[in-house]
Design a protein around this ligand. Structure first.
Ligand code: SF4
Length: 649
């Protein structure tokens, strides 16, 4: 038996990216404890991080697998060597054009793996046929709005919570989704007025001084109304008048009078006045949002409207991110619209650095490649599209007809039903490299235990695959640090990072500088969906405290599963009575795209006309209900506001 040791590394899950102490013996994680020196968690990570030892080695892929039965049903696979699996991949993708294939990076894997992912796609196909699941599905609206308003996708500085006197949270439930960040806020509660805006009472709103429940999808109306009131009162930062776009903003928000706002958002005028009052009196205002704000057809407009309010108050933004490395995967240019060196115009610079032709063509994004003009092959990492995409019936049909190569650590139904080749990868605690958390703080990931079975990180797999394409000279590294050294040269925003400092265990920062500051005023284009006679309820989907995203890892934890409620919908008592539904009775929820069934639990927190549920369950598959509707600028889908019909069974 070997000596017990403690290895510091990063949690697998959310964008807080907590560093924790992993207690290890004989290549097994015995327990996980908080790291007292960790700034993000203050030594108190949340329960999801603390149970990693229960889940990291459960339900794993440990050998390359090749499908032997028909696609679309639970898989039969045969074990293969890496050589056999990669030869099959090469045979199936070597003759495709960049319009016929998409590589999809992941916010669950380190920067170094994502960098090699995009480099492989760009070198082999000479095109930007690369995207990332969490960027596209969750945060691209944030990134786009931040670039429009500030010229930098991430200006979050969590430390500034210490200075705030008013904290405004809209479309986010940080008490559940970014718990250590929310704990920092709560520790300052005596000094901060917390204002929370959401369409359903949440754990976050319950802790707010001013919890405001609004009609789903009307956030922008409320924000424009608040700005109009602040301008009327003269309660805004005088300097903001000098910013580009102030005059247009003033004109546009002028139409958002209190009566109109309160009627549209369904809030009491007295509550509106209280919110305006608190913001008007604030000296250090911070605004924050989450995916409840971005996953709409007007996600970019929503974020820009919050940034407008922040600019008007001379305040600042804290937009956290969903997955541990969602900021990093975007920074590494796993996105079709740009290059790792920057905009498409930076092609000649990339050509010099890579000594290879720079991509000339923008590839398809994830939504296009899966739902609009399907490609012939998808190569993705740690992605569960048969659960996390919208319009799941259509997605499943696409997956059935497409050559699918999946890199994955934990088993789940997308791979079992649709993958042609499964390539086993290590979990984050079995890797080396770096992640960039929601604050754009780069942190070192240390290998806590060795990868299970034959699992191999993506960067090494692409090195092998590159040999089959006779392009191995572009993929020369011996380890993750060498890749980071290349990242430092190629990715402009990472030129100032210091790999040696990171390898010593210290955090470092890429570019956090504001390039410009302007208003981008937003008109309201209406909600994602409206109630009709046929679909008289609005469905609202949110996250559970006990699960993380598609739950392939967290569902393996006995501790988390003990607390996770069973699959159910939540409605209020009056709506249930009207529809003659008893608590516990099964209902059918129907939308224009599909239908799902589950029992109902009565919950007084759910307003009339709403029905809610969580989205983690692989059995419920709530996204069956969401049609293909997305933000017109970023293609981030609407996952939040949908008109549905409810029928008792
Ligand atoms: S899930 Fe998020 S808050 Fe919880 S320990 Fe992991 S990184 Fe920290």
């Amino acid at each position: 038996m070997s000596e017990k040791k403690v290895v510091k590394s990063i949690c697998h899950f959310c964008g807080c990216g907590c560093r924790m102490d992993f207690h290890v013996q004989d290549n097994k994680i015995l327990k996980v404890l908080g790291d007292k020196t960790d700034y993000m968690s203050d030594g108190m990570p949340c329960v999801k991080g603390l149970v990693i030892h229960e889940i990291y080695d459960k339900n794993r892929y440990t050998k390359p697998l090749i499908r032997t039965n028909k696609k679309g049903i639970q898989g039969k696979f045969k074990e293969a060597t890496w050589d056999q699996a990669l030869k099959l991949v090469h045979k199936n993708i070597k003759d495709l054009s960049h319009q016929e294939i998409l590589f999809i990076g992941s916010g669950k894997i380190p920067n170094e793996d994502n960098y090699v992912y995009e480099k492989f796609a760009r070198i082999i196909y000479e095109a930007n046929c690369v995207d990332a699941c969490c960027t596209r599905l969750c945060h691209e609206s944030t990134v786009r709005a931040m670039k429009d308003v500030y010229g930098n996708p991430n200006l979050t500085q969590v430390a500034n919570i210490e200075k705030a006197d008013c904290f405004f949270i809209v479309g986010s439930n940080p008490a559940i989704n970014y718990p250590v960040f929310f704990n920092k806020l709560l520790r300052r509660k005596k000094h901060i007025k917390l204002i929370g805006v959401a369409s359903v009472m949440s754990e976050t709103l319950k802790q707010c001084d001013l919890p405001i429940i609004i009609e789903p999808g009307t956030d922008l109306v409320l924000l424009n109304g608040i700005m109009n009131a602040l301008i009327d009162l003269g309660a805004f930062d005088e300097n903001s008048k000098q910013l580009e776009g102030f005059d247009i903003l003033e004109k546009i928000v002028h139409d958002f009078k209190k009566d109109y706002v309160c009627k549209t958002c369904k809030i009491k005028p007295a509550d509106f006045d209280k919110v305006v009052d608190e913001i008007a009196n604030s000296k250090y205002f911070i605004g924050s949002h989450g995916m409840g704000y971005t996953q709409h057809v007007n996600g970019v407009e929503n974020v820009r409207s919050l940034l407008n309010l922040i600019n008007l108050k001379g305040g600042e933004i804290m937009n956290l991110r969903g997955e541990v490395n969602v900021q990093g995967v975007g920074d590494m240019a796993c996105i079709p619209e740009k290059l790792p060196t920057g905009l498409m115009e930076s092609g000649p610079e990339l050509e010099k650095l890579w000594n290879a032709p720079a991509p000339q063509n923008i590839g398809k994004n994830l939504m296009e490649a899966m739902l609009i003009s399907p490609v012939k092959a998808l190569i993705f990492s740690n992605f569960h599209p048969s659960h996390s995409m919208p319009n799941l019936d259509k997605v499943d049909k696409m997956l059935k007809e497409t050559f699918i190569v999946g890199f994955e650590s934990h088993k789940h139904s997308t791979y079992e039903k649709f993958a042609d080749v499964i390539l086993p990868t290590p979990t984050l605690t079995e890797r080396n490299g770096t992640i960039t958390n929601g604050e754009r703080r780069v942190r070192k990931v240390n290998q806590v235990v060795k990868p299970m079975g034959d699992a191999m990180p993506e960067w090494k797999v692409f090195q092998h695959l590159a040999k089959l394409f006779k392009k191995e000279k572009y993929f020369p590294w011996k380890n993750e640090k060498e890749i980071l050294q290349e990242i430092k040269k190629v990715v402009k925003e990472y030129r100032m990072i210091d790999p040696d400092k990171l390898w010593k265990g210290e955090d470092d920062w890429p570019d956090k500088e504001m390039k410009h500051k302007r208003f981008v005023a937003e008109r309201w284009r209406g909600v994602d969906d409206i109630r009709t006679e046929q679909f008289p309820f609005i469905l609202n989907v949110y996250r559970s405290k006990w699960q993380f995203l598609t739950a392939e890892q967290t569902s393996q934890s006995p501790t988390l599963m003990k607390y996770e409620p069973k699959d159910q919908f939540y409605m209020n008592a009056a709506d249930c009575k009207k529809l003659k539904i008893k608590e516990g009775q099964k209902i059918k929820v129907i939308s224009e795209a599909g239908q799902v069934t589950a029992p109902v639990k009565i919950n007084p927190d759910v307003p009339a006309g709403l029905i809610t549920t969580t989205f983690h369950s692989d059995k419920l598959r709530i996204n069956v209900l969401f049609p293909t509707r997305f933000d017109r600028l970023t293609f981030t889908p609407n996952y939040k506001t949908l008109a549905v019909k409810v029928e008792p069974l």
